[in-house]
Design a protein around this ligand. Sequence first.
Ligand code: NDP
Ligand code: 2IT
Length: 446
Amino acid sequence: MSYTDDILDHVRKNNSEQPEFCQAVQEFVDSLTPVLEKRPDYRKAKILERMTEPERVVMFRVPWIDDAGEYQINRGFRIQFNSVLGPYKGGLRFHPTVNLSILKFLAFEQTYKNALTTLSMGGAKGGSDFDPKGKSDAEVMKFCQSFMTELYRHIGQYTDVPAGDIGVGLREIGYLFGQYRRLENEFSGVLTGKSVNWGGSLIRPEATGYGAVYFAGEMLAHCGRSLEGKTCVISGSGNVAQFTAKKALELGATPITFSDSNGYIYDPDGIDAEKLRFVMELKNIRRGRIQEYSERYPSASFYPDARPWDVPCEAAFPSATENEIQLADAERLVANGVEVVAEGANMPTTPEAVDALQRAGVLFGPGKAANAGGVATSGLEMSQNSMRLSWTEDEVDGRLRQIMRQIHQAASQAAEEYGYSGNYVAGANIAGFTKVADAMLDQGLV
Ligand code: NDP
Ligand code: 2IT
């Protein structure tokens, strides 16, 4: 058995109940063989063995009282995976599917994504199996306060800086920050994704979606093409999906779908700026379902319990959740002529589907690279908080663009250097890995 097979075997045995974590590790390690051959010092220092074990896992009880006066108990987590490059950094996810496997996969990915941003951030993820859907504001606030009442002792501006993810946006970050401030008697940059009038960065809400579109633009530009005029299929209708659509529109492309966990809407006339405003109000303020779009705009149809990958398009932006593009979906996208896929979500494409897209010559931007704009802008929010200054929208957007360009360059160069030309999956994995591995060598056996 090869060294990497040994590692994978060990990870699978030790984490047998954690399929998503094992999937993320396998996809990563599969790219590394040529690097490990060239660098025996990584193997000697057991870098991979250390990288696949989180530095710390915190699990805790979250008790709270609902509006009916019933006691409720949820499970809370924070996975502090790797802090060799900086304070732990990564989002919090509130969704009923949250478990240790999903958060470990996300924290693992986050480590290498954060390394690619060029900023000083380690990797973490956390969250709860709490389901914000259908809960009142008061219930969400009580839950967030109880969650932070345990989490606060594990985080801090120099230790671990959480942010949002699925189910955690401006509202939740506000309640979490308020409770942290109260418990610690400290106003610091302990969370990112804050509201702009109390320490948040301009462009942070937009950054993941904008970054995914910038990354798609970089991949296309690299082979003399552009996003202009392309039809875009987008999944999800939350933070990432909405700002992917906004930037795609600005660049002259046409979004035609959105989805949520009940199904997708397809608008062959295109989702223009006015329709997008409706979606933002529907999802962010009224917290409604995407089906309502087809009731408001008769040009659109709603397809229940389905994902949008059957709809012909030139660009696809999976922006909902993991494993949402499976092999048959990828084959369908290819048959319909897709040219570029950029992962706004984390690990939305299964390994078989990635393979099918790459074999067909589709430009494929993996989440580690394509959705790194969100956490990169969180890093910029941390810088602004440390300086007690706020940059303008243009300043932050300019830096975001530059970072996405650098990530594209780092991934293509690493791919080229190790014989994977044009393969952004391998390139992003190798570039992220070598940065973290070198820092681990420098800092000794810890
Ligand atoms: P939001 O909560 O704002 O939106 C999530 C969207 O995805 C909703 O439309 C939701 O539908 C849908 N969705 C969630 N889970 C499922 C599911 N199991 N099946 C079908 N649809 C689902 O989250 P974000 O937009 O922030 O996150 C989307 C993705 O992007 C995630 O993979 C996240 O990890 C990733 N990401 C987010 C970043 C950020 O800065 N926010 C940064 C980098 C990556 P419904 O309303 O029905 O739940
Ligand atoms: O997956 C991600 O990169 C995020 N949810 C953003 C994390 C962050 O700290 O901004």
